[in-house]
Design a protein around this ligand. Structure first.
Ligand SMILES: [Zn+2]
Length: 153
């Protein structure tokens, strides 16, 4: 596993405003479209290590027997093993520890850090027809004022 690639990916996802993502999603976004159990475990462990660094917080999704993600909590001790009704399909069920899935959100601190680092630009400046031209000057990005490299012809 190349953790540099993951770190770049997290930065991109935070700037896209991505929330509530699963280790499986991270595998797919990092180019592993059919991850096995070990790859998912490895990514889960890396995400958990990022929790202690304040990059992400874990979320616990409780699944109903019909496969709906009924509800999500930030602390697994808030999940009581008492019968309840699924908020999606209405089925009565008791939360089962084997059907609780971990997912993650970026912390506000991390999102702010990425925002500052990357500016508010969502789009890269479009290269002109002479993109092989050498860079001639630095200027402000036209649409949002974010400092970016723009070629002038
Ligand atoms: Zn359901």
């Amino acid at each position: 596993m190349n953790y540099f690639i993951l770190d770049d990916l997290f930065e991109r996802m935070a700037s896209e405003g991505k929330t509530h993502f699963t280790p499986h999603y991270i595998c797919e976004r990092s180019g592993n479209s059919d991850p096995d159990r070990n790859s998912i475990l490895e990514i889960t462990q890396y995400l958990l290590s990022l929790c202690t660094k304040g990059t992400v917080v874990p979320l616990f999704d409780v699944e109903c027997p019909g496969g709906d993600s009924d509800f999500t909590v930030s602390d697994p001790s808030l999940i009581t093993e008492e019968p309840r009704y699924c908020s999606y399909c209405g089925m009565e069920y008791t939360p089962n520890p084997n059907r609780i899935w971990v997912s993650f959100n970026f912390t506000d601190e991390y999102k702010n850090h990425v925002k500052k680092k990357r500016g508010t630009c969502r789009t890269e400046p479009t290269p002109g027809p002479y993109s092989a031209e050498p860079l001639r000057s630095w200027s402000q990005h036209k649409s949002c004022g974010h400092p970016a490299i723009i070629r002038t012809w």
